[in-house]
Design a protein around this ligand. Structure first.
Ligand code: ZN
Length: 331
């Protein structure tokens, strides 16, 4: 981005000169002399559309984009980065919709695109995509700062083998806790402030605004869950341990260390579901739903899809919270 500034300044001068000449010839359609450029207040309100316009000069898309280019691994990071950076950032996410960060392989085109990226926000939670690709990502752009979004998060012990031994460090699904999302927003804010110190007050105000939204949602969920006692949810993919920890639920996973459950695992899960009166099995769009249906058929229940990788973070966390609440009533 920085190397573009000299070119950009030259281009701006040419465009301005041309613009003045052009305006002088034709006059202004509405006679007010105002351009269509958004005021800062308008751009702040338009977070959803900010990245489709060119804030450098919305009236002239030919002018180079001055936004900080930010790359990150998974879709839930997008809303958090955009909420803090708003119109000052352009975010690209490497694991596309419908793919799992436990298995996704970066394409050579994606790797090339990182060479022009200003900042990388890693999830930093030990998710396999980053374990496999972080060295190559750093290799194509050694000067790019890499921020760890999970800095300061307390991990829950992760995967365990059948014999009970831990095979890796913490559970990598840290983003599925509203408390952790607040920490992520803080880390992302610090990184953006370092990248663009002149906008630090703006980023900090945006961070505070987003954290206030997260706090409001957390309060809503706590209120909604206040009458729920000893609730167990059964999910296919073991993504929700941070969420259930935050709200005092229990969670049983169908998937076994990244694999489909064996027939004996399935039989045990069916027994557990029956014993605990579970009627809803939660599955996810990125993963197989087959064994979730096997269990729900056996218990006369149903399968409900929830998404651990939704791009609309707050909206998705609210709908998952509602789905768990509904399950607790039906179970
Ligand atoms: Zn996962």
């Amino acid at each position: 981005m920085k190397t573009e500034i000299t070119k950009l300044t030259a281009l701006l001068i040419v465009c301005l000169a041309f613009g003045i000449l052009f305006a002088g010839c034709t006059g202004n359609a509405n006679g007010s002399g105002q351009t269509q450029a958004q005021t800062p207040a308008q751009t702040q309100d338009n977070t959803n559309t900010a990245n489709t316009a060119n804030p450098a000069n919305p009236a002239n898309p030919a002018v180079a984009d001055e936004r900080i280019t930010v790359a990150a691994s998974i879709l839930p990071q997008k809303e958090i980065i955009e909420s803090v950076g708003k119109d000052k950032v352009k975010v690209s996410i490497l694991v596309p919709p419908g793919f799992s960060p436990h298995t996704y392989e970066l394409t050579s085109g994606q790797l090339r695109s990182i060479a022009d990226t200003d900042l990388f926000v890693s999830m930093g939670s030990g998710i396999e995509f980053e374990l496999a690709w972080m060295d190559k990502i750093k290799g194509v752009n050694p000067k790019m700062p890499v921020v760890n979004a999970s800095e300061g998060i307390t991990f829950i012990d992760g995967y365990t083998e059948e014999d009970g031994t831990h095979v890796s460090g913490g559970d990598p699904h840290v983003w599925l806790s509203i408390e952790n999302a607040k920490i992520m927003a803080g880390n992302i804010c610090d990184a953006l402030c370092k990248e663009s110190p002149e906008n630090a007050d703006y980023f900090k105000a945006n961070r505070n605004e987003y954290i206030a939204k997260l706090d409001a949602l957390d309060g809503e969920i706590r209120e909604s869950y206040s009458d729920m006692k000893d609730v167990t949810v059964m999910t296919y993919h073991p993504a929700w341990s941070y969420f259930v920890r935050d709200y005092g639920l229990n969670c049983i996973s169908v998937e076994n260390n990244g694999k489909e459950p064996s027939p004996s695992d399935l039989a045990a899960l069916i027994d557990t579901a029956k014993a605990r009166g579970i009627k809803i099995i939660f599955a996810s769009p990125e993963y197989s739903t087959k064994s979730a249906y096997t269990i729900s058929d056996a218990i006369g229940g149903s399968v409900v899809l929830i998404d651990p990788l939704s791009e609309n973070y707050i909206e998705n966390m609210r709908s998952v919270a509602d789905a768990f609440k509904t399950a607790s009533i039906q179970n």
